[in-house]
Design a protein around this ligand. Structure first.
Ligand code: GLN
Ligand code: ZN
Length: 758
């Protein structure tokens, strides 16, 4: 009989209880004991739910106080030297210090978890002497067993993935590091085996990447060591997000089970199985329900896939599971009361996906030839949505097709138009600016609520927003910034704001997913063709510009970011969705320009998030992503300065694509990676305007003038001073007013010092 399994459940709770608890704790409003209690309640709830739904193999230790990579590092006592830590279980204050920074020490770097919108804390190995400070998977297993009688499956980040995603060591030291970590993993596994644990899920998503010969040898070494040291424990070597690269080597490893993604890695994994078979003595974790998308599956199709797999693997040895952890989808569709029935019926979030897994497992077990009755409702909803007329706009499809064939180029090449822009604006050397948003204070959020609930009229709300703009334009002038922004007070979120004003989008009330730490996002759903309806940002930008003689940058979110931060339809290629968005944004760019706005920033922080994991697919993605950006921005006059902004991740391997976007100025995050980006400009030239973020806005810490001056000096070793801008790492909406003003004052002071040195 097939069994059902899950790889991980969302941490955040049905009502984001997790976020609220964490933030209350950080604000000093919740004690440590209460925090632990609340998080345990939540964790147990999640387990109860999975049990009630009938999932056979339930994951434990998928829960976290912040992030699972940070948990793994903390479990091994890997704490950067700048934090006060003397061994033993890492105290919560240190744990959160690493994640968020403290007043004395900068946070660890945060970066994307593969190609998702989840960000993990990058472990810093340098100087660490790893020891096992606590066996977290064991505690999680015991808790589930004692409290709920669940025979849980502990989930652990695998050694190879952990090592490869960490920093602070040289490649030459990989084996030395592995030999330090392996005994700790063995100890964890032995303790689990002694406790009677049946299955352990060891996550090695890194196996979807092409490994070097040395890494394949490391992989063999790791799993042979485990097999020799804990022969009784069943290890499910779990991969996800793509097909595995080295199938033969991987299925040859001495583990009891192999988990493969048959959604995002479907064609690769399926053809490997078809061509090379699957070992008879192993269990196949068949990831066939999409753990990342929000759409209902056609159970009929999925059953077909399962049957196909059963042709290669004895059904007794198949686990029906999600393609990856459900961390990446919202909790439940049940809370949505405002979506159209057609759309709501087409959705499946974590809870509904568990239902799909269970239904499918049952149907597969009965070995039916006909479509089972319980699939009929699924099939009806699936097909109704698939062929819905509400999703199609022929005029848009035609317009986009026409533009996509045109030359998407600015009239003048960069150097000539930059000179024209400089002529027009007369900015000083090293112009200063910010990334767009200013603090979304309690007052701002309150105002928006009142307006949303119709307790405030549109006029009242607009007045309020204008007052915020008044205040902040004045603040920016006083601080001495050169290029101002209006502050984005009218926006909740950089994607939702635009989605609400465009056709083709839908919004959930409760579709939250974790982005990093306690930060959750509620991605819109792009369900149909996207169309521009009316001006979206002109009013506020024009107003801000009317208050000052300095340039005010218009502020838009780019097509690729809107797409990558939304849940998107799957019936047309992503490339087409990007072009539709670009076409809509182009109309907004043109409207801003007509309104007299001469600098327009089109943010693309999420370009890298859509980068396919497989190298072979990357160039194609980048080429249409660049094309979409140009489509949105290329029609402006020479003197209109196009800015863009990127953050959150590594860009060193994308610099040529970034350059091809042809923005006049890019502001880019630097400080969170402790200046690593600067290094990449030593080997790559970038020949357009560029502002490197000189301080980390994710931390409440106020950066000193000295540290920013040295960041600026470092950057000026590799970048052309004439093209250099100075700005923070990202928008300031999560910061308080006082710290924002002080930080920006220091930034301007650092700029003045840099100016006088050049
Ligand atoms: N303009 C946006 C802001 O300042 C950019 C945010 C981002 O890059 N994530 O908030
Ligand atoms: Zn940013």
């Amino acid at each position: 009989m097939m069994k059902s399994s899950n790889l991980g459940y969302p941490r955040i709770g049905e009502d984001r209880e997790w976020k609220k608890a964490l933030e209350a704790f950080w604000a000093g409003k919740l004690g440590e004991e209460e925090l632990r209690q609340q998080l345990q309640d939540l964790r147990l709830n999640h387990l109860r739910k999975q049990l009630a739904k009938g999932i056979d193999v339930i994951p434990v230790n998928d829960f976290s106080y912040y992030d699972h990579m940070l948990d793994t590092a903390a479990m091994f006592g890997i704490v950067p030297k700048r934090f006060p830590y003397e061994g033993g279980v890492v105290p919560l204050s240190v744990y959160y210090g690493i994640a968020r920074g403290t007043k004395d020490a900068a946070a660890s770097e945060m970066t994307k978890w593969f190609n998702t919108n989840y960000h993990y804390i990058v472990p810093e190995l340098d100087g660490a002497v790893p020891v096992l400070t606590e066996n977290k998977p064991l505690s999680a297993y015991r808790e589930a067993k004692e409290k709920l009688g669940i025979e849980g499956k502990p989930v652990i980040v695998g050694p190879l993935t952990f090592l490869k995603l960490s920093k602070g060591y040289s490649q030459a030291d990989s084996d030395a590091w592995l030999s330090r970590l392996l005994p700790l993993y063995v100890q964890i596994l032995q303790e689990l085996a002694n406790e009677g644990v049946e299955w352990v899920q060891i996550d090695e998503p890194i196996l979807t990447q092409k490994l070097s010969v040395a890494d394949v040898n490391r992989l063999k070494n790791i799993y042979e060591t485990f097999a020799a040291s804990v022969p009784t424990l069943n290890i499910m070597l779990q991969t996800y997000f793509e097909s595995v690269e080295q199938y033969t080597e991987i299925i040859g490893l001495p583990v009891k089970g192999i988990g493969l993604d048959f959604v995002h890695g479907r064609s690769g994994n399926l053809s490997s199985i078809q061509a090379l078979g699957f070992p008879e003595n192993k269990v196949l974790g068949a990831g066939i329900i999409d753990g990342r998308g929000i759409w209902k599956s056609s159970l009929r199709e999925k059953l077909g896939l399962l049957e196909e797999l059963a042709g290669f693997v004895n059904p007794e040895r198949i686990l029906v599971q999600s393609s990856c952890s459900l961390l990446h989808v919202p909790v439940s569709v049940a809370y949505e009361t405002k979506l159209s029935t057609e759309l709501k019926d087409a959705l499946a979030f974590a809870d509904e996906k568990l239902d799909e897994i269970v239904l499918l497992t049952k149907a597969a077990c009965r070995n039916l030839n006909a479509i089972p009755e319980e699939f009929q409702e699924n099939e009806r909803a699936y097909l109704t949505f698939k062929f819905s007329k509400n999703r199609k706009r022929d005029d848009i499809q035609q317009a986009v097709a026409t533009i996509a064939d045109q030359q998407l180029e600015r009239k003048l090449p960069f150097s000539e138009r930059y000179a024209a822009q400089q002529q027009k604006w007369q900015l000083p050397i090293f112009p200063t600016t910010t990334i767009g948003s200013f603090p979304q204070s309690a007052e701002v959020r309150k105002a928006r609520q009142l307006w949303r609930k119709n307790e405030w009229s549109q006029e009242q709300y607009d007045d309020f927003i204008r007052k915020q703009i008044d205040i902040w334009v004045q603040v920016q002038e006083e601080i001495g910034l050169d290029v101002l922004v209006h502050g984005e007070f009218e926006r909740t979120d950089m994607v939702e704001f635009f989605g609400e004003k465009l056709e083709g989008f839908a919004f959930t009330q409760n579709g939250w997913v974790q982005s990093y730490g306690s930060r959750c996002v509620k991605p819109p759903i792009i369900y149909g063709d996207v169309a521009f309806l009316k001006e979206m940002t002109v009013e506020e930008t024009k107003y801000a510009q009317s208050l000052t003689g300095r340039p005010v940058k218009g502020m838009l979110t780019g097509p690729i970011t809107i797409m990558n931060w939304s849940f998107v339809r799957e019936d047309i290629p992503r490339e087409q969705i990007a072009y539709q968005l670009a076409y809509a944004l182009r109309q907004e760019v043109e409207a801003l320009e007509r309104a007299g706005i001469g600098m327009i920033q089109v943010d693309e922080p999420a370009v890298r998030e859509g980068l396919p994991l497989k190298e072979a697919d990357q160039a194609e993605y980048l080429s249409w992503a660049v094309k979409a950006f140009r489509m949105a921005t290329c029609t402006v006059q020479d003197t209109t300065q196009i800015h863009t902004h990127m953050c959150y991740c590594e860009f060193h391997d994308m610099i040529h694509s970034i350059e091809a976007m042809d923005a006049d100025v890019i502001s880019i995050e630097t400080s969170r990676s402790h200046g690593e980006l600067i290094h990449s400009f030593e080997v790559n030239t970038y020949t357009k305007g560029i502002g490197l973020g000189v301080y980390d806005i994710h931390s409440p810490r106020i950066p000193g003038v000295g540290e920013m001056t040295s960041m600026i000096e470092r950057a000026l070793h590799v970048l052309d001073p004439k093209l250099f801008w100075i700005n923070p790492d990202c928008g300031l909406k999560t910061r308080g007013m006082k710290e924002t003003v002080e930080s920006l004052r220091n930034m301007v002071e650092a700029t003045q010092i840099a100016r006088s040195n050049h």
